[in-house]
Write a protein that binds this ligand. Structure first.
Ligand code: HEC
Ligand code: HEC
Length: 319
């Protein structure tokens, strides 16, 4: 029912521009107020608690929580700001198939990491927060929710499993064009995320989070987050944004991703310790040190082909 309503609203946006965005805003606002009014969630590690934590992260784990011990997130984003439909939507950044992928090797951490670690990675970076203890009801509940999504996925028919994402992002072989990015932002994004990129809060109470989350500024993801990588952001934007009407070309997605990632955001400490094997660092990692001679600007905004060719040549030489 909820998703049907939302679908209708998104169609309204596609057709109605500003009016549609307002309508969607009010509907999301209503949804979140209803959630806020619901009875308090018992902090036991159930799937349901996990789902609530992922939707209503700002209220349950955010910086305004009355209990300082519960202030894990450093922003008022929700996990669901990026993992759409609470991670239950197939396609880009879906969590439906995640449980089976872990434990696995993480180049960023230089070792094997499980689902607990992976969630904490998003907490520390995408949410600009601090890690949750492995035996906390909160982390255990999120893990059990992600595992339940896996069971749900296996029970789905193949037609439902299929993502409805548009054609995948194809990397342009040039540097980001910031002027073009600004035009895309103003024309296609500002209506929801705001001309200042700071989003639209749900209410005057910060703990209510956002109807439209910020894309930069102090309450956004930090510079160590996956979304701070221009190619990761462009893939997500190409697949999912503008919400309900993801019709950007790869060039537009690339330019607007660069435009967003050139704006200020919180800084994460000790990033130089990521990727202990430097050659494993993704080519679009926005921070050094690098195992190649290319300047940081090129890692942040391209062009990427020369960097990729450099690593290919290194490999061939060492074979
Ligand atoms: C700002 C966007 C953003 C927010 C907010 C966010 N994430 Fe993520 N998340 C990502 C990106 C990007 C990836 C990694 C994709 C990649 O590695 O290329 C990711 C990966 C994950 C994965 C691993 C998925 C897989 O299949 O490997 C899990 C699990 C996860 N996030 C859970 C969470 C949880 C729980 C929260 C809230 C505490 C959260 N995320 C908040 C962007 C976000
Ligand atoms: C119709 C309103 C709307 C438009 C237009 C829109 N977005 Fe979003 N965007 C959202 C919402 C809402 C979310 C959070 C997902 C949710 O709540 O379901 C989001 C999430 C995001 C996120 C991840 C969360 C974060 O805060 O970083 C990024 C990045 C993003 N949008 C980029 C863009 C870009 C770039 C454009 C323009 C090309 C755009 N959006 C246009 C509504 C919109």
């Amino acid at each position: 029912m909820r998703s049907l309503t939302r679908h209708g609203l998104l169609t309204a946006i596609a057709g109605g521009g500003a009016i549609g965005a307002l309508v969607l805003g009010f509907a999301l606002y209503g949804q979140r107020r209803a959630q806020a009014a619901a009875s308090p969630v018992p902090a036991v590690a159930t799937e349901e608690y996990g789902r609530r934590l992922i939707t209503d992260t700002a209220r349950l784990l955010g910086p305004d929580h009355e209990d300082p011990a519960m202030r894990y997130s450093g922003s008022r984003l929700a996990c669901a700001s990026c993992h759409l439909g609470n991670g239950a939507d197939p396609g880009m950044l879906s969590l439906l198939e995640s449980a089976d992928l872990y434990p696995r090797y993480s180049g960023r951490d230089g070792g094997e990491r499980d689902l607990f670690d992976r969630i904490n990675g998003c907490m520390a970076r995408s949410m600009n927060g601090r890690t949750m203890p492995r035996d906390s009801p909160e982390l255990m509940a999120m893990v059990s929710y992600v595992e339940s999504l896996g069971d749900r996925f296996k029970a789905m028919g193949t037609s439902v499993r299929k993502a409805t994402d548009p054609a995948a992002f194809v990397r342009p072989e040039r540097a980001v064009d910031f002027n073009a990015g600004e035009r895309v932002y103003k024309g296609r994004c500002a209506i929801c995320h705001g001309a200042d990129g700071l989003g639209l809060p749900t209410s005057a109470r910060p703990e209510d989070g956002y109807v439209f989350p910020p894309l930069w500024g102090p309450d956004s993801f930090n510079d160590g987050a996956g979304m701070a990588r221009v190619l990761t952001a462009a893939r997500f934007i190409k697949a999912r944004m503008p919400l309900g009407e993801p019709t950007l070309t790869s060039d537009e997605a690339f330019d607007v991703a660069g435009y967003i990632n050139a704006r200020p955001r919180p800084h994460m400490e000790n990033l130089e310790q990521d990727y202990p094997k430097r050659a494993e660092k993704p080519i679009d990692s926005p921070y050094g040190p690098y195992a190649d001679p290319f300047p940081i600007e090129q890692h942040r905004f391209g062009p990427f082909k020369p960097i990729e060719d450099y690593y290919k040549a290194q490999k061939t030489a060492s074979n």
